[in-house]
Design a binder for this molecule. Sequence first.
Ligand code: SAM
Ligand code: SF4
Length: 326
Amino acid sequence: MLDKFGRKINYLRLSVTDRCDLRCSYCMPKKNMSFYPKTEILSISDLKKITSTLIKLGIKKIRITGGEPLIRKDILEFLEFVCLKKKENIVEEVLITTNGTQLKKYAKKIANLGINRINISLDSLDPIKFNYITNGGKLENVLEGIYEAKKNKIDIKINTVLLKDFNESEILKFTKWCAKNNFKQSFIEIMPVGKLEIQRKNQFLPVSVAKSKIKEIFGLNPLFLKTNGPSKYFRTEKFGNVIGFISPLTENFCASCNRIRVTSNGVLYPCLGDNGSVNLKKFLHEDEKKLLSIISDIIYNKPEKHLFSVDDETYINSRFMNTTGG
Ligand code: SAM
Ligand code: SF4
């Protein structure tokens, strides 16, 4: 469906859990993170109902995210449901964003379901730094998962959040490694979603830094790929691989935004950077007409743009990326 600015909304990012087995220090607080009570988390049947309703309103692409989607115990049942929608050509794409920790166990199962593209978040290729940024994660485990996905012929994109004084020195290493393994790659600017002890401006590193480093050493030319996504794509001269740069803070891309988000407790956010939302759970057991009209209304009124700023003056303080679904 179209919103009031004429944008076609056809992409759902669905968070199936706010829980995670990692604690990335830019995503959620190290301590005292409060999660939704288990009783509030959407059941598989509620997830199916919300998804089916949104499909009726024009959703064609579904990204399963979290928290860490693959730690949800009954995740396969839901993946089977959405993959069936894809087989029936009701949706065009089913994608997963994962931290990779469970991929050794799930890669084959995911591939068998017909999911052939996943995004894996990875912010360091150094085991000690990886352990530090994720507050305890084991790089080796994630790499094994990534190679298992590659073995199962899943198309992999590595997403790296650029972090000042942390992974600036690994930008070239990441590009080389992705090129060697035939992985797609994106560098992403940090977004001030949730207030942390550390100020966001002390974490923020613009994508322009990564772009110029790569350009200087490997050569980099813009690609004029037309996609609905926020990435600006480039190709390296040295390896011929494609790199996306996502710059929510330095180059606003809201004018072409086609997405909405639903949290694991059923709250629909038409914009990641705005607190406007509606709790769908309250209406799930009303008649379908009412549910469709409530959703249509909030999508139609999707804000024109986010109001992010790295100076922490944002009003998104108590909602973190693991709840909203990155
Ligand atoms: N756990 C999964 C993962 O890490 O891929 C899925 C959920 S995670 C919230 C989705 C994406 O959001 C990850 O790529 C993560 O790096 C990114 N992310 C988390 N907090 C962020 C922030 N404050 N700014 C920008 N990206 C963030
Ligand atoms: Fe977990 Fe993903 Fe957030 Fe890291 S970015 S803490 S892996 S939800």
